[in-house]
Design a protein around this ligand. Structure first.
Ligand code: MRU
Length: 332
């Protein structure tokens, strides 16, 4: 089952803010609907954000009444501007918008924008499967894999990046179990990773983020596999808390792997240029609708952190397994 689909002129997604308690499908009728869904995190995860933005532009093109090529391009540019402002960290958003805009510019056809979005959705599934196959080489029978946030089918069109590696290893007949960090403040690990792994019958144990050191020190973790929102020349930008996990993994001699498609690579930037999304204080002061912190408290809420490549043992991509040395070399 895909996380996002085009159906008769609308785009349909599962509202991830409602999971795991309710599975609610919502229709997005235009690119503003897509932009709001990205901002409100009804859909999230770097690869899915990219494909959704591509579909957002496809919606603009598909429903446009423009008769002249320039008018259609103007409409597309306006939609692209709104989509670009939704979330700053996942590079897939900008990659996807640029790709559809380039295609529209070259062809100036409404059908081509939709075809490009559909192609990107199909490619995402294909890329995840390839990534999974490469990554599965690093997973041994009996391994317990710790993951952070949700880098699964819900963060992509299907199959997932980090969880795609787990799925591929299991499809090869290996016995693999997962430890999922809850991932405060948005709880993607508790809500989404546990939901999709349990749905697929993959053994998962939920821990709070504060338990990572304990489970590692007790020898309960064999490998860490996480996703990425942007891989810059010297670091991996991923969900807040990833850096803590990486440092603890290094301290305990546990391999730390990042699974991400080539579209997540941003070789034009370094960690110094990183734009880390700062989200609403409400996400930290509340758990769900319940307020847990005193009114008026000062809050910091960066949605992502920066893990230097020195902590990364390998980056698993659809093109194969890259060592950090290869990525760091390109830095010079
Ligand atoms: O804020 P989110 O839920 O969009 O953050 C998602 C992550 O950090 C994922 O780990 C990353 O996008 C990789 S998803 C395949």
């Amino acid at each position: 089952m895909r996380t996002i689909e085009w159906k008769d002129g609308v785009v349909v997604i599962v509202d991830q803010t409602k999971l795991p308690n309710e599975v609610v499908w919502v229709e997005m009728k235009n690119s503003d609907d897509v932009a709001s869904a990205i901002k409100e995190m009804k859909l999230r995860g770097a690869p899915l954000i990219g494909v959704a933005a591509a579909y957002g532009l496809a919606l603009t093109a598909f429903h446009s009444k423009a008769e002249k090529r320039e008018d259609l391009m103007k409409e597309l540019k306006m939609s692209a501007e709104v989509l670009r402002k939704t979330r700053p960290t996942a590079v897939n958003l900008f990659w996807a918008i640029d790709r559809v805009m380039k295609r529209a510019q070259e062809t100036l056809g409404t059908k081509e924008a939709l075809a490009e979005a559909q192609r990107m959705a199909d490619e995402d599934v294909e890329v995840n499967r390839k990534m999974g196959k490469h990554g599965a080489e690093l997973i041994e029978d009996g391994d317990v894999v710790l993951t952070h946030c949700n880098a699964g089918s819900l963060a992509t069109v299907d199959y997932g990046t980090a969880l795609g590696v787990v799925r591929a290893a299991i499809e090869e007949g290996k016995n693999v179990k997962v430890i999922a960090c809850e991932t405060r403040p948005r709880l993607q690990g508790a809500r989404l990773t546990c939901f999709e792994l349990m749905r697929d019958g993959i053994p998962v144990t939920l821990i709070s983020d504060t338990m990572v050191g304990y489970v590692m020190s007790k020898g309960l973790v064999d490998k860490v596999v996480v996703g990425a929102d942007r891989i810059v020349r010297d670091a991996v930008l991923n969900k807040i808390g990833t850096y803590n996990v990486a440092v603890l993994a290094s301290e305990h001699g546990i391999p730390f792997y990042v699974a991400a498609p080539m579209s997540t690579m941003d070789q034009s930037s370094t960690s110094e240029d990183a734009i880390i999304e700062e989200r609403s204080p409400h996400e930290v002061t509340n758990i769900g609708s319940e307020r847990i912190a005193p009114e008026g408290v000062k809050v910091l809420n960066p949605a992502f952190d920066i893990t230097p490549l020195e902590y990364v043992d390998a980056v698993i991509t659809e093109e194969g397994i890259l060592t950090p040395e290869v990525i760091l070399k390109q830095k010079k």
